[in-house]
Design a protein around this ligand. Structure first.
Ligand SMILES: *Cc1c(COP(=O)(O)O)cnc(C)c1O
Length: 213
């Protein structure tokens, strides 16, 4: 399944006049059994996404070498130290309190995970992320705090076609001088690549269905 997904990413990139190598496949391993993780590692996959700090710690503590681990789920401020210690990339900065906690922990430890700001492009109340209208100010605030976000992340509404959301995220990134876009999941990663995704977060299309917790 991994090669099929990589082929589709490459085809979508070429369609859009982009180099396939410009798009990173993030394998979303949350709620997947260990056998599937180990098979994915054996197949050569090295970049993984998790949405919970505790679950990621359990799954990855013994498998961390050579792996790039990304946090793609909401982060509580009190878990900032564990997140900074564990993850190479934190994609879900969405409020000042969290930005401050991360800045403090990064200064204290000297670790510097790469950072993304999450934008709630659909302005859905149940979803994390800054509102699109507040994104420019929030990115500036992060920079004031000494953080250097490299990109933006979004999870479009389930109910609507994702194109407008991906395009909106790309516009916000461009006007803020951010080069990375984390967007697209199993159902829409090819669309996301056509609209500029530099990483896609694919779970079920790669591993098969998840076992609910
Ligand atoms: C679970 C999850 C994914 C992967 O979802 P699939 O539809 O299984 O590909 C991607 N991004 C985030 C933030 C997730 O929580």
């Amino acid at each position: 399944m991994r090669l099929a997904v990589l082929d589709r990413i490459a085809a979508a990139a070429r369609d859009a006049g982009r180099a396939p190598g410009d798009v990173t496949l993030v394998a979303v391993s949350k709620q997947q059994p260990d056998e599937r993780i180990d098979a994915m590692l054996a197949a050569g996959q090295r970049v993984f996404g998790e949405n919970r700090v505790q679950e990621a710690l359990q799954r990855w503590s013994g498998r961390r070498a050579g792996v790039e681990l990304r946090l793609i789920g909401p982060l509580q401020t009190n878990k900032a130290p564990e997140a900074v210690a564990l993850f190479d990339v934190i994609e879900t900065i969405d409020r000042e309190k969290l930005a401050r906690a991360l800045a403090g922990e990064m200064a204290r430890t000297g670790r510097s995970p790469r950072l993304y700001v999450q934008v709630n492009t659909g302005e859905e109340p149940q979803k994390a992320g800054v509102a699109p209208g507040e994104a420019d100010a929030f990115i500036a605030r992060c920079r004031d705090l000494g953080l250097a976000p490299e990109g933006l992340m979004c999870i479009p509404p389930d109910s609507a076609p994702p194109e407008d959301h991906f395009a909106l995220l790309a516009r916000i990134a461009a006007r803020n001088g951010l080069s990375k876009l984390s967007m697209g999941m199993s159902a829409d990663y090819e669309t996301a690549v056509r609209l500029g995704a530099t990483s896609v977060r694919v779970g079920s299309a790669l591993f098969g269905g998840r076992t609910p917790r």
